[in-house]
Design a protein around this ligand. Structure first.
Ligand code: TA6
Length: 310
């Protein structure tokens, strides 16, 4: 289904964006140049399924749908598995080159989602920086409240190429988060407070930091660092599946009345290459953005290589 990709290059840096999902699948910087994003060796790049890597766009729902309007959608919504339309190349004042892609309700989207919207995605390549801006416009003409309202979640599911056993994410200390690795619903819905100065992903990590709203995050490992500045994105997710461990344990009464206690650990490397990336995902995923007819929302991340020793 991939129609084509858009490839822009400036001063050695380059970015490649597939029209499928408007997914950035490569961002290279420097004179080498060095690839800064991770795409799994198990990723399908033929449009058959969402790409495991790069920067998938999550819209209009994050994770399993929970809003009534999203009931027929799959995990992370539809933006990442639709063919977007190439709109234009925008060369700005020399600080970078931008491409603009758009997505409006297609027949396949309308079959599962009956809201009026227009998405525009602007990817801007600078010398050592990459910006991704998602514009969401409520194009409903309904003046009837609340039918015309658009309620959604949005997130950049950014896979940063880094050694998972050494990388740390700053600054999240004292931030409230929800731990999706908890095995109970109650555990997953109980807020925790981050005590660490730097968050690691040496073990299975799937943490949703609410209202982290930092002007910038830093992803650091020996010899390199990526800075992520955000606008309009109040939450951030840190994820690496490592060996997702599903503990199956419990106590059952055997036929003869004896107690049977079972504890088994199932390790699954279902994602592949887990040791070579960390996902740092700015978004609005706790609660919903609410747009009235005619309103537009913009979420932006600016990635920059801030430190590298040759
Ligand atoms: O952002 C973290 C997460 O929500 C994880 O829970 C995991 O599901 C990951 O996204 C990947 O989701 P995917 O649908 O791409 O397999």
């Amino acid at each position: 289904m991939i129609v084509s990709s858009s490839h822009i290059q400036t001063q050695g840096s380059s970015v490649e964006v597939l029209l499928y999902g408007a997914t950035v699948i490569s961002w290279k910087t420097g004179t080498q140049p060095v690839e800064r994003l991770f795409v799994s060796s198990k990723a399908a790049l033929d449009g058959s399924k969402p790409i495991r890597g790069g920067i998938p766009i999550v819209f209009p729902c994050f994770g399993a749908p929970s809003h009534p309007e999203h009931a027929r959608l799959s995990q992370h919504g539809f933006a990442r598995n639709q063919a977007w339309t190439f709109d234009s190349v925008v060369t700005d004042d020399g600080s970078g080159v931008s491409v603009r892609l758009t997505l409006t309700p297609t027949a396949s989207i309308k079959a599962v989602y009956d809201r009026s919207f227009e998405l525009a995605y602007v990817v801007t390549l600078g010398e050592d920086a990459l910006a991704t801006d998602l514009h969401v416009k409520n194009t409903s003409r309904s003046s009837v409240y609340p039918e015309g309202n658009l309620e959604f979640q949005a997130l950049f599911h950014t896979y940063i190429r880094a050694p998972a056993d050494q990388v740390l994410v700053f600054p999240l200390q004292n931030k409230k988060y929800y731990d999706k690795t908890e095995t109970s619903e109650e555990g997953r819905n109980t807020a925790k407070t981050e005590m660490r100065a730097g968050v690691d992903v040496r073990t299975f990590t799937d943490s949703v930091y609410e209202d982290a709203a930092m002007p910038k995050y830093e992803v650091r490992w020996p010899g390199c660092g990526i800075e992520i500045k955000v606008e309009g994105l109040k939450d951030v997710v840190v994820w690496n599946p490592q060996r997702e461990q599903a503990a199956r344990s419990g106590t059952w009464k055997g036929a003869d009345g004896a107690l049977i206690i079972v504890t088994s650990w199932v390790c699954a490397d279902i994602h592949g290459d887990r040791e070579r990336y960390v996902c740092v995902e700015p978004g609005h995923v706790r609660g919903y953005v609410k747009l009235e007819p005619g309103q537009t929302w913009i979420g932006r991340q600016l990635l920059r290589v801030v430190m590298e020793t040759e």
